[in-house]
Write a new protein. Structure first.
Length: 169
């Protein structure tokens, strides 16, 4: 599908906002959260990609130059009290750690494209984050970092390292 003329009014006139688009997806309908799973969603536009090449270039469900988002929602993973080890999946962006024992948290090996961002928030017990085959870069490189109680860290993959930054509370 190719559209090259932004002539479709995307919002109703009653909003007072004029937005025109070449492709417009309006996800109007009814879907109960409990119908199938907790991951149900009603969306206007959905994208998913997979590159099966032997030496794959990154695959993205969407690619935008100059993205404007009026509301942004991270995919959150909640670590339970009894969890002691977890590997971050390709779809987890914000990790809330409620563990009560030492949690060994491994950053992902798949979906590790430059620009990938993961946040880790410690709420209870000790959290130790590992680069999982890639060194972490703080002021110097290392293989792990401990997250202090109440702290949140941001990890950005730059193509070589997981750049680790403690966020200010």
């Amino acid at each position: 599908m190719f559209a090259n003329f932004a002539g479709i009014q995307a919002l109703s006139a009653s909003t007072g906002i004029e937005v025109k688009g070449a492709l417009v997806g309006l996800g109007l309908g009814k879907l109960n959260k409990s119908a199938y799973s907790n991951n149900n969603a009603l969306v206007g536009v959905f994208g998913r990609a997979h590159n099966a090449a032997s030496d794959p270039a990154p695959a993205y469900g969407g690619y935008f130059i100059g993205l404007k988002a009026n509301g942004f929602f991270y995919n959150v993973k909640v670590i339970t009290q009894t969890t002691t080890s977890h590997t971050v999946s390709g779809s987890e962006d914000y990790i809330s750690c409620y563990n009560t024992e030492l949690l060994q948290l491994y950053l992902p090996t798949s979906n590790r494209h430059p620009g990938r961002i993961i946040y880790v928030k410690r709420i209870n017990g000790l959290v130790r984050v590992y680069g999982n085959g890639v060194n972490l870069m703080l002021h110097n490189q290392g293989s792990s970092v401990e997250v202090a109680d109440g702290d949140c860290w941001m990890f950005v993959f730059d193509g070589s390292y997981w750049c680790a930054q403690k966020l200010i509370r």
